[in-house]
Design a protein. Structure first.
Length: 303
């Protein structure tokens, strides 16, 4: 499926731009392209079109895709629990949907192995200085920084500032290192940035609120499934979370995902964790997209 994603990226990128650029799309959107699976074990395949690029995996979009597949009947729903096997560019993903009266009440998915590239790596950012960051992979590459180190706070009124800092941090990391997946050298670089509040362990539950800055410069409205997976890998590497233990992740708008480590594995000799992420999605509408042959912007536009 990764090769199929690269083929679409090189030969069909006009489709991504048509759907995600203005006037049909916006920077906060993603679009899932449902395709025949390459893995015979899968029920369905899907490719993820993001505003800036095609990405191999997305947790929130896995939850959305599973919900749509089941609630529209594209994949048969079995109550009270339906298993859906999804072929993604990052590998085979198994999702389990809790189904009641024809609705998906929650979706959990078993993500691919997540691992740490670097802990407390010193990065120098223009206009800010040198800070320590973590770099980890959870289906996409993430650099994780603390809001207090960046002299900012995780709140919606700081949205523009968070996006600006995130873009500068990503550029700084890429100028100083190039994270590369040990089993697929084509998966490299930094996809997104996580700016985090401190961990909270009140009421016996470890939780955190973070902002995820996604290329080309937007804030994720979800807690981000692949980003949360990368954070589970960091917690495990630091000895702060064990197999079987879980965390509550909150986004900048306080949407929530639950995450836990279901196991640990070796990946090309590296320690990795097997994350499971749980959340919920809602279908908000149906839409048809048209392209008039005389449209002067057949691939849309962005400003």
């Amino acid at each position: 499926m990764h090769e199929k994603m690269l083929r679409y990226m090189n030969e069909q990128d006009h489709l991504r731009r048509l759907l995600l650029h203005e006037p049909r799309g916006r920077p906060e959107m993603s679009v899932m392209l449902i395709v025949p699976p390459c893995d015979p074990r899968s029920d369905v395949g899907f490719l993820i079109m993001a505003p800036g690029d095609w990405v191999p995996m997305s947790g929130s979009n896995t939850i959305c895709t599973t919900t749509v597949m089941l609630e529209t009947g594209m994949v048969p729903m079995k109550e009270p629990l339906t298993e859906v096997r999804l072929d993604t560019a990052a590998g085979l993903i198994t999702a389990n949907a809790e189904c009641i009266d024809g609705e998906c009440k929650s979706v959990s998915f078993d993500n691919i192995p997540a691992f740490v590239y670097a802990l407390d790596k010193k990065i120098t950012i223009s206009g800010i200085g040198t800070i320590a960051v973590d770099i980890a992979y959870g289906g996409q590459w993430y650099v994780i920084a603390q809001a207090q180190d960046l002299n900012t706070q995780i709140k919606t009124s700081n949205a523009a500032k968070l996006v600006d800092i995130g873009k500068r941090l990503k550029e700084a990391v890429l100028s100083q290192c190039m994270p590369t997946h040990p089993e697929n050298p084509k998966i490299r670089g930094i996809n997104n940035v996580i700016i985090s509040d401190p961990w909270n362990s009140s009421n016996g539950t470890k939780s955190v609120r973070h902002a995820v800055i996604v290329t080309p410069g937007r804030l994720d409205r979800s807690p981000c499934g692949t980003g949360s997976s990368s954070r589970l890998a960091v917690l495990y590497a630091r000895g702060q979370l064990e197999v079987g233990e879980g965390v509550l992740f909150r986004s900048i708008i306080d949407t929530e995902f639950k995450g836990h480590i279901r196991g640990s594995v070796k990946l090309a000799g590296m320690d990795a964790v097997l994350p499971t992420i749980q959340g919920r999605a809602w279908i908000t509408g149906e839409r048809q997209v048209r392209l008039d042959p005389s449209d002067p912007f057949p691939a849309g536009f962005s400003i």
